[in-house]
Design a protein around this ligand. Structure first.
Ligand SMILES: C[S@@+](CC[C@H](N)C(=O)[O-])C[C@H]1O[C@@H](n2cnc3c(N)ncnc32)[C@H](O)[C@@H]1O
Length: 239
C-alpha cells in the first residue's frame, strides 16, 4: 500500500503524508477497497470513494436515473455514444454504461481522474464488472479542449454536462460529498463555455443536469426538460 501511495503521490505531484501526521485537511488515501478522498477529521470510510458495482443507485431503477436514460435518448435497440464532459465520481457515466451506452468520461481534476481510473481498473477485474468497464473510457483533461480536438468520426451522439452547483443535497451524505468536492475543486470556471462547446460537438443532443429549480445555463433555450423530484435534465437537440 505504501508503494502504491508513493507512486500515486509522484504521479499527481502531491506530498506523501504518513497516516498519523498533521498536514493539509484534504487527503487522498490509498485503501484496500480503493482511493478515498477524506477530510482530516473524518473517520476511515466516511470520505468519498468511487464505487459503481456495489452502488445500489446503479442497480435499482431510480427516477433520476431513468430521467437521465430518457434524456440521452437511450431505448431498446438504441444506445447512443456519450461524452460525459463533467465526469466527477462517474455515477452518471456508469449508469449510462450499465444500460449499454459507450461513454467517454472527461474529468479535469487529476485527483478525481485518478479515483475514476482506480475504480475502472477494479471494476474490470471483477467478473460481474467486465461488461460495465468495457463501456467506459476515461480521459483526464479540460473538456472544452478535448471536444475541440475530436475528429468528425469521434464525435459522440450525446454530450452530458453536470456542472457543480451550490449544495442542494438534502441528505447528510450528499452534503458531505459536496463539501469534499467543493474543497477539492472550487466552482466550475465556465459552464456556459462548456455548453457552447458541447453544442458544437454533439451529433444529436446535449443534456445538462441541474437541480430542479435552478435556472438553465446561459445560452440557447433547451428544446425540452425532463423534471424529477429534485433533479432536472435540460435537453438541447442539435443537428
Ligand atoms: C457535479 S460534478 C459531476 C458529477 C457526476 N455527474 C457524477 O455522476 O458523479 C462536476 C465535475 O465536472 C468537472 N468539470 C467541470 N468543468 C469541467 C471541464 N470544463 N472539463 C472537465 N471536467 C470538468 C469537475 O471537476 C467536477 O468533477
Amino acid at each position: 500500500m505504501a508503494g502504491a501511495a508513493r507512486a500515486l503521490a509522484d504521479r499527481l505531484g502531491l506530498p506523501l503524508i504518513p497516516p498519523q501526521e498533521n498536514g493539509p485537511p484534504l487527503r487522498l488515501l490509498v485503501t484496500g477497497p480503493g482511493l478515498e478522498l477524506r477530510l482530516v477529521h473524518m473517520r476511515p470510510g466516511q470520505g468519498v470513494t468511487v464505487q459503481w458495482l456495489h452502488n445500489p443507485r446503479l442497480h435499482q431503477a431510480s427516477a433520476a436515473g431513468e430521467g437521465l436514460i430518457r434524456a440521452v435518448g437511450a431505448r431498446r435497440g438504441q444506445r447512443p455514444t456519450v461524452l460525459d464532459a463533467t465526469a466527477g465520481l462517474g455515477r452518471d457515466a456508469a449508469l449510462l454504461a450499465r444500460r449499454g451506452c459507450p461513454v467517454l468520461m472527461v474529468e479535469r481534476s487529476p485527483v478525481l481522474a485518478a479515483m475514476l481510473a482506480d475504480a475502472l481498473r477494479r471494476t474490470a477485474a471483477e467478473p460481474e464488472g467486465a461488461e460495465l468497464a468495457r463501456h467506459l473510457k476515461l480521459h483526464c483533461g479540460e473538456a472544452v479542449s478535448v471536444m475541440a480536438g475530436l475528429t468528425d468520426t469521434d464525435r459522440p451522439d450525446v454530450v452530458c454536462l453536470d456542472p457543480m452547483y451550490p449544495d442542494t443535497g438534502k441528505t447528510a451524505k450528499s452534503r458531505k460529498e459536496m463539501q469534499l468536492l467543493q474543497a477539492l475543486l472550487g466552482p466550475d470556471p465556465d459552464p456556459p463555455g462548456l455548453l457552447a462547446a458541447a453544442l458544437d460537438t454533439a451529433r444529436h443532443r446535449v443534456v445538462v443536469k441541474r437541480p430542479r429549480k435552478a435556472p438553465a445555463l446561459p445560452g440557447p433555450e433547451p428544446s425540452h426538460r425532463i423534471v424529477g423530484s429534485s433533479t432536472r435534465f435540460d435537453v438541447y437537440l442539435v443537428g
